[in-house]
Design a binder for this molecule. Sequence first.
Ligand SMILES: *[C@@H]1O[C@H](CO)[C@@H](O)[C@H](O)[C@H]1NC(C)=O
Ligand SMILES: *[C@@H]1O[C@H](CO)[C@@H](O)[C@H](O)[C@H]1NC(C)=O
Ligand SMILES: *[C@@H]1O[C@H](CO)[C@@H](O)[C@H](O)[C@H]1NC(C)=O
Ligand SMILES: *[C@@H]1O[C@H](CO)[C@@H](O)[C@H](O)[C@H]1NC(C)=O
Ligand SMILES: *[C@@H]1O[C@H](CO)[C@@H](O)[C@H](O)[C@H]1NC(C)=O
Ligand SMILES: *[C@@H]1O[C@H](CO)[C@@H](O)[C@H](O)[C@H]1NC(C)=O
Length: 525
Amino acid sequence: MKIVCVFFVSFVCLLEKFADGKKSPNIVFIVSDDYGFRDIGYHGAEFATPNLDKLAADGVKLENYYVQPICSPTRSQLMTGRYQIHTGLQHSIIWPSQPYGVPLDDPTMADFLRGQGYSTHAVGKWHLGLYKKEHTPLHRGFDSFYGYWTGGEDYYKYYVCDRFHNRTIRDLSASGFLLPGQINNQQDVEWCGYDLRDGNEPVTTMNGTYSTHLYTRKSIELIEKASSSKQPLFLYLAYQAVHSPMEAPDKYIKPYSFIKNKYRRIYAGMVSAMDEGIGNITAALKQNGLWEDTILIFTTDNGGQILAGGNNWPLRGYKRTLWEGGMRGVGFVSGPALGRSGQISKELMHVSDWLPTVADMVGSKLNSSWKPDGENQWPMISKGKRSARSQILHNIDIWTPLKGNRLYNNTFDNRVRAAVRVGDYKLITGDPGDDRWIPPPHEEIDLMTSKEKVTDPADTKNLWLFNVRKDPSEVIDLSLTMPEKVVELLAVLATYNATAVPPNYPPSDPNCDPKLHGGYWGPWE
Ligand SMILES: *[C@@H]1O[C@H](CO)[C@@H](O)[C@H](O)[C@H]1NC(C)=O
Ligand SMILES: *[C@@H]1O[C@H](CO)[C@@H](O)[C@H](O)[C@H]1NC(C)=O
Ligand SMILES: *[C@@H]1O[C@H](CO)[C@@H](O)[C@H](O)[C@H]1NC(C)=O
Ligand SMILES: *[C@@H]1O[C@H](CO)[C@@H](O)[C@H](O)[C@H]1NC(C)=O
Ligand SMILES: *[C@@H]1O[C@H](CO)[C@@H](O)[C@H](O)[C@H]1NC(C)=O
Ligand SMILES: *[C@@H]1O[C@H](CO)[C@@H](O)[C@H](O)[C@H]1NC(C)=O
């Protein structure tokens, strides 16, 4: 019967599933924004995450799990299973004013699950394209959407500004997103608008409601509706939390008055609100009789932003960097339908694996419309099998300015920003970003600076090799002692690079101006 499912229209599969009397599992896929590796109870956070800890303890903790260093790239890979070098998203995020998105010929996880008979719902952050309506959620496989299309905004006002971007402008602002008046350069244009929608319709009535409460409530409404539906539920809940701006209701921050660092204290409150929301969602799934048939997946989208309260200690670097602190993610799978509990997986997994993994989870396969770079990790997660992958292309970005000198001819150019994992080894080339180790503020440990910087004041170093299994903090650079390994991994990068499409990162389009579109960020083409 499986073969029938692969080759014939999806309702045949549906009939088969209902005939078996076995409904496909509900999938609740929760993405947290900028949630640091250190910032969950079971990784040693100094604040409490009881609901996340309980869910993770009742399921499989993914402890060798990688995402991408920034937002749109991770979310694009989650949705399409495709590496950035194959979608043009190598360089950066999708800024609100830029006319591009995830390519429309790459269908999404929601397209797939809809084809499997699921009702598909997205709540919270989108950030996969908005300049044309074809890029927005209802055109990308979702039956409903409630949330925002840009990448970040005020948690109460649902309002955000942007300025001009092009590939020659380096975006170094801490938060990435601008609140009114945060433009530093007076000559910059500033475009500002609201961003909250129910489906395609602007929402005007939520001013003053904290987004973690709003997105939790909307998710619970969907769960209540799903309880009387024959269709299995796919709920993609992408919380705004815990990205900057630093905002949380006082009651969540109060218990953390012992945290002296202000950003860290507010961040603790933001995490607490999210943890409570996830507790409420789990309770709603139970009250509505869905929990027994549910698989809950939790993931961050990238490493914590140390400039906005996040932390990744003892990993090196942070959000936006190719160090482990930028990419090694918090993630777990839980829920009774998983059938495993109390497990810690040290098997290698990557965010691009979710699409093929979910396909197997629902007992189906991807047809040729999907060309994932990810691997099916369902046997690993559900049965404790070995990982289906031993390599990860972390990224190749030919548009970040070259750094240092070329050391090897006739292979990958090590001045280019790139990183690849092969087995236990990770090679980093070019400019990977801030290379410090940053302990949580309360731990009063001096910031370690990299030894190389001390011996290389010009900072032209552009090649590192680590055994990440033995040395997850990336302290011991092996690039000089293992030159044959370096050459081997450069060749792997060259092979990936040969399959790359050119980066797509168009300059901002002044037609984006929300003033021209009723005050809201939305399609202008
Ligand atoms: C793959 O499945 C989708 C629906 O899930 C369908 O729209 C599409 O036509 C299929 N593509 C091929 C090549 O079979
Ligand atoms: C990028 O923007 C800057 C500032 O507006 C401008 O000076 C520069 O010419 C632009 N470069 C490109 C390639 O568009
Ligand atoms: C939202 O509420 C704030 C604070 O009460 C107020 O300053 C602002 O004007 C309101 N915005 C809208 C669009 O109503
Ligand atoms: C969780 O539910 C409680 C009780 O209804 C409510 O007071 C609280 O605001 C909810 N939390 C979130 C984050 O939605
Ligand atoms: C690489 O090629 C350049 C130009 O042909 C040459 O000058 C340089 O010595 C070569 N470098 C190595 C490491 O072989
Ligand atoms: C990557 O591939 C592109 C396109 O084929 C090529 O122009 C470029 O030189 C390659 N870069 C490296 C670092 O190998």
